[in-house]
Design a protein around this ligand. Sequence first.
Ligand SMILES: C[S@@+](CC[C@H](N)C(=O)[O-])C[C@H]1O[C@@H](n2cnc3c(N)ncnc32)[C@H](O)[C@@H]1O
Length: 290
Amino acid sequence: MRLPSNSLKDLISFYHSELQFTYDYSEIEAIINLVLEHYLGFSKTDILKKKQENINQSDLLKLYFCCKDLKKNIPVQYILQEAWFYNLKFYVDKHVLIPRPETEELVDHILKENKNAKTYLDVGTGSGCIPVTIKKNNPSSSVYACDISTDALALAKKNAALNKTEISFFITDALNTEQLLQKTETNFDVIISNPPYIKYSEKELMTPSVLDNEPHLALFVEVDDTIIFYKKIIDLCKNKLNNNGKLYFELNPLTADNVKEYSLKSKLFKKVELLKDLSGKVRFLSAEKH
Ligand SMILES: C[S@@+](CC[C@H](N)C(=O)[O-])C[C@H]1O[C@@H](n2cnc3c(N)ncnc32)[C@H](O)[C@@H]1O
């Protein structure tokens, strides 16, 4: 290991020099904060205060191997096997998508706009970040969540337990409406989904970090119609969303208008809105049923 000393200061310089061609400066800083919190329990203030202190050999080795993995473009959340979402910690591995800040924004809208909602369904739950956060913040509600992946569901259950929440998880294929209808014994006040929405032909446009590490089942739509998941979930709302209930989607900005158009054509909703994320991209749809 090419480190002049065991000091925190030299370790930080090492991370910057090793990762400079893989990440930009602010990303490296954010990564350093995460790994030092994870391996050494250091807060940002600790990092500032303890720059001259030495790190023991065993921790230094862990931090060194972590840096090697980061250089291979493995996302820091998979290396540490944890991700933060809405101030809650989630276990993550290669079976689930890493929860994104945009999804936190979506959950924030949902929590603010549905204080009295009693029943929620999340379709394509992955790590379970959406239902767990909703239940944590609205403990009296009943929250249901499904996925087609048994591995994802096992991990989502682990996250519900980690965050001390009770969620009704079930396995289903969201593209098979009959199956989804049979598996949900109740109707919902709020239905949510952040489904797969990328065409295989768009693969080349994606970063290696996402393409080589995140589950393709969570990213790609296998059929030509990339909004097929949205259409199926809108169709489901006819039977499963209560009157005055709300539907929320996270969207691909490229197909947002098509999803809105399909929602309007269904005539199920009295109000359909597209919302922008913090970076100004059209990212969410919210619709209110008649
Ligand atoms: C974009 S990820 C979203 C994960 C999580 N909700 C989030 O926002 O971080 C889409 C999820 O849909 C699941 N999925 C893919 N095809 C599915 C299908 N046919 N039926 C149900 N879930 C599916 C994937 O396993 C994945 O967990």
